[in-house]
Design a protein around this ligand. Structure first.
Ligand code: SAM
Length: 282
């Protein structure tokens, strides 16, 4: 099977045909370089037998590179014009019948994915990158690993370890599901239009066993949010609101083996999870 990828001229021709002017609101920066989309697919180590989910396929640059490996793709696109055109682009470019399923929907709202894909590969819309990643990890337990392109600071934050300035609530929440690692750089020049931020690739592997129940996750995430809302304060202070007082917060922290004088940025996801487990249930 030979799939032919889209070049810069193809992207512009398709956009003109559909009368699409890329919008900031939908984070529409299309990749116009075949080497870049192949690099993303390689970083994700997509295998021919796999089913991949792509969020925001746009005009299909990355979609075709995934399909080129022989994998099949479920692609979720919010822009109806782009979603409607994608199957024809795939046919025109040599993709076999049945290899691509397009879901015309807001990725933040999907609750089922045809084919239960195990791999996520995407050039994410920057305005919703973290919430959409967390939504997918939470909603689709069959999703095992992925590589996504996001704004550089977001990628660094997702992969950050405790103790760094950039470590924040998204770092802990992402780590709930498994380890994250930076997996490559991308030049601004490969996009149309050229964005005014840098991009990086970041990858994750889901832990083989779920870390805890949904209830535990929600409780942990509430504690994480409180800790980072006042990240310069000691935890006994930052968590006084959710535990009633700083004395009660200190008692919970001590029974979880965490120093009440520590700050949110010092704690691992394990620490936060332990705090949630020992905390009084309401
Ligand atoms: N994958 C294409 C590429 O690499 O050229 C396009 C990537 S562009 C950065 C982001 C894409 O996500 C756009 O096609 C946009 O319409 C789509 N998008 C934005 N918000 C979305 C959402 N909530 N759900 C699904 N797709 C969305």
């Amino acid at each position: 099977m030979t799939v032919s990828l889209l070049g810069a001229a193809d992207i512009r021709r398709l956009a003109a045909e559909l009368d699409v002017t890329p919008t900031k609101k939908l984070g529409q920066n299309f990749v116009v370089d075949a080497n870049t989309v192949r690099k993303i697919v390689q970083a994700a180590a997509v295998q021919p037998s796999e089913r991949v989910v792509e969020i925001g396929p746009g005009l299909g640059s990355l979609t075709l590179a995934i399909l080129e490996t022989g994998a099949s793709v479920t692609a979720v696109e919010i822009d109806h014009r782009l979603a409607a055109r994608l199957p024809q682009t795939a046919r025109d470019r040599g993709v076999p019948e049945g290899a691509l399923t397009v879901v015309d929907a807001d990725a933040m709202r999907v609750t089922e994915l045809p084919g239960e894909p195990a791999v996520l590969v995407a050039n994410l819309p920057y305005n919703v990158s973290v919430p959409v990643l967390l939504h997918f990890l939470e909603t689709f337990p069959y999703l095992q690993r992925g590589v996504v392109m996001v704004q550089a600071e977001v990628a660094e934050r997702l992969a950050a370890k405790p103790g760094s300035k950039i470590y924040g609530a998204p770092s802990v929440k992402a780590a709930w599901y498994g380890p994250w690692k930076l997996s490559g750089t991308v030049s601004r020049q490969v996009f149309w239009p050229v964005p005014n931020v840098d991009s990086l690739l970041v990858g994750f592997h889901r832990d083989p066993q779920p870390r805890g129940s949904d209830q535990e996750r929600l409780r942990t995430f509430a504690i994480v949010d409180a800790a980072f809302n006042q990240r310069r304060k000691m935890l006994r202070q930052a968590l006084s609101g959710i535990f009633g007082s700083s004395a009660e917060a200190s008692a919970v922290l001590e029974s979880a083996g965490v120093a009440p004088t520590a700050r949110g940025e010092d704690l691992t996801v394990d620490d936060y999870h332990r705090i949630a487990r020992v905390a009084p249930k309401d």
